[in-house]
Design a protein around this ligand. Structure first.
Ligand code: FES
Ligand code: MG
Length: 571
């Protein structure tokens, strides 16, 4: 504790004057004695607990476990709330508010007298939003995730969050499942607190946080209600105190290599396409030069984790099979040397790992599927890029040319998709506009639009679908996402008309609108953006300042960080 005087928190609590009196005295109304202000590390516990974010409903208890660890290591823990983003509860989409959460996190950390921070998050947007905010302040930072819910159960079998919702709702539309069964599956799907127990965006982000060395090993997969998660939270509380003493800040842990390891891991776990926008946004805050093209790093990697939506098991199974340590051990030959919150190389996270179930975590030499990493697409329909997730697609559709059927916006799609006379076949390419960052606004998870009812009734379960939207990490299908520039920004997507031919060539990373340039120029000259739905408030700021998908859909003025000390007092 030799550096007590230099601690950031001492500029609040170490002063023998009016300002020090004010900072300490008001804190003492919670029963804290004098000696906790003696210069020990003050650890902020940044909590996204909320009853409206059911995925994070266990974080109050985990915060108490973190506090035990902080006290034990000689620190002083202080928990504070930030905005919480309930993926399944917020309209028009939680993604609209990810950047707002990041601002809340950043300014809360900066304005308060803390030396290090533990991020408690889990649901899809909470993890990236917290990391973006924390990266922009750059204190010692460590993550504890909510952990997945217990496996869903229905009629004696396992069902997965999200993934089985999409399946069941198509089954109901096809007349293969009764509405009564559909409704009763609701309760069995969500049996405990925690995040979606498929390899959706929440578990993907937790897995990538582990691959980046931003949490303690095994954090990603331990079930939310497993006592070992509380023990891990306790150990995390101990570790953050040491990180403050070592001055191991966010940017000393996270470099380009950590992002590369996340991209490699994302391929092998069959992870969410949403990881692309989130990692790009986090990299923008840290100051790491990460581009959409860097995601091709994972393209030749095999699928090793047999979890929904790319496989059949769930996160509990992944945990019991060995979790991320066992998975990373399979990838050892690809993993880049990189630092971690332990101050040791990432190999220390998995060198002693074992796999306990080869039907859940496959060996690198005998994978589930070869070459499944996300593919980046470019071409006349997506000059700045688009992405597709081959592990969740129908292999035959990955190379496909067909006629477009265009929906101008989400209302158009919902009103017409089930029309019996919709002029589409299984060869048609469905195109949805107006669902990008500016367009919706907030780039919602609607890219996996439903298959038209008349085709569902014929047994069609997948088609090529293209949009500027995202899709849920729990979803599947041959779905081209994040097309940029988005339609609302005047990208070529805005110019597509029903009947145009489109060519998807996943093998060569191409997405082409097969319309002559002169014709497109004429359409461009006649194109008008739709008047924005929001004229005031955060949403209007968002629409004005949001960056496109290939930049992580952050707000332009949030990119980068500000690590200067705050010197002015409040009184
Ligand atoms: Fe919160 Fe899936 S909805 S993690
Ligand atoms: Mg989601």
């Amino acid at each position: 504790m030799s550096d007590k005087k230099k601690r950031r928190s001492q500029a609040w609590y170490g002063k023998q004057d009016k300002d020090g009196f004010i900072h300490r005295s008001w804190m003492k109304n919670q029963g804290f004695p004098d000696h906790v202000f003696d210069g020990r590390p003050i650890i902020g516990i940044c909590n996204t607990w909320s009853e409206l974010t059911p995925c994070n409903a266990g974080l109050r208890d985990l915060a108490e476990a973190v506090k035990r660890g902080v006290w034990e290591a000689g620190g002083f823990p202080v928990e504070f709330p930030v905005m919480s983003l309930g993926e399944t509860q917020m309209k028009p989409t939680a993604m609209l508010f990810r950047n707002l959460l990041s601002m809340d996190v950043e300014e809360s950390i900066r304005a308060y007298g803390i030396d290090g921070v533990v991020l408690l998050g889990g649901c899809d947007k909470t993890t990236p939003g917290q990391l973006m905010g924390a990266a922009s302040v750059d204190l010692p930072t460590i993550v504890v995730s909510s952990g997945p819910m217990l496996n869903g159960k229905f009629k004696g079998r396992d069902i997965g969050s999200g993934t089985d919702v999409w399946k069941f709702s198509e089954d109901v539309r096809a007349g293969e499942m009764s509405l009564k069964d559909f409704m009763s599956a609701e309760s069995g799907m969500s049996r405990s607190v925690g995040v979606c127990m498929t390899m959706g965006t929440a578990s993907t982000m937790a897995s990538l946080v582990e691959a980046m060395g931003l949490c303690l090993p095994t954090n990603a997969a331990l079930p939310a209600v497993d006592a070992r998660r509380a023990a891990l939270a306790h150990l995390t509380g101990k570790r953050i105190v040491e990180m403050v003493e070592e001055d191991l800040t966010f940017s000393k842990v996270v470099k380009k290599e950590n992002f590369e390891n996340a991209i490699l891991a994302n391929a092998a776990i069959g992870g969410s396409t949403n990881a692309v926008v989130h990692l790009l946004a986090i990299a923008g805050r840290v100051g790491v030069d990460l581009t959409l093209e860097d995601f091709e790093l994972g393209k030749d990697l095999p699928l090793l984790v047999n979890c929904m939506p790319s496989g059949k098991y769930l996160m509990e199974d992944f945990c019991y099979a060995g979790g991320m340590p066992a998975l990373m051990k399979e990838l050892a030959q690809h993993i880049r040397p990189s630092n971690t919150v332990l101050g040791k190389d990432i190999t220390s996270y998995f060198e002693d790992a074992e796999c306990y179930n080869r039907d859940v975590i496959f060996a690198y030499d005998a994978p589930i599927k070869p070459k499944v990493g996300l593919r980046v697409l470019k071409g006349s329909l997506a000059p700045n890029g688009a992405i597709i997730k081959p592990s969740a697609a129908t292999p035959e559709l990955l190379q496909h040319e067909g006629e477009a059927f265009v929906f101008e916006n989400i209302e158009d799609m919902k009103a017409n998709i089930d029309r019996p006379d919709l002029p589409v076949t299984s060869e048609t390419i469905l195109v949805l506009k107006g669902c990008g960052p500016k367009g919706y606004p907030g780039m919602p998870e609607v890219g996996n639009m439903p298959i038209p009812r008349k085709l569902v009734e014929q047994g069609v379960r997948d088609m090529v679908r293209i949009s500027d939207a995202r899709m849920s990490g729990t979803a599947f299908g041959t779905v081209v996402l994040h097309t940029s520039p988005e339609a609302e920004a005047g990208g070529p997507l805005a110019l597509v008309k029903t009947g145009d031919r489109i060519k998807l060539d996943t093998e060569n990373g191409q997405l082409e609108l097969l319309v002559p340039e002169e014709e497109l120029a004429e359409r461009r000259a006649n194109w008008q953006p739709t008047p924005p739905h929001y004229k005031r408030g955060y949403a209007s700021l968002y629409i004005d300042r949001v960056l496109q998908a290939e930049k992580g859909a952050d707000l332009d003025f949030l990119v980068g960080k500000d690590t200067r000390p705050v010197t002015r007092e409040s009184h």
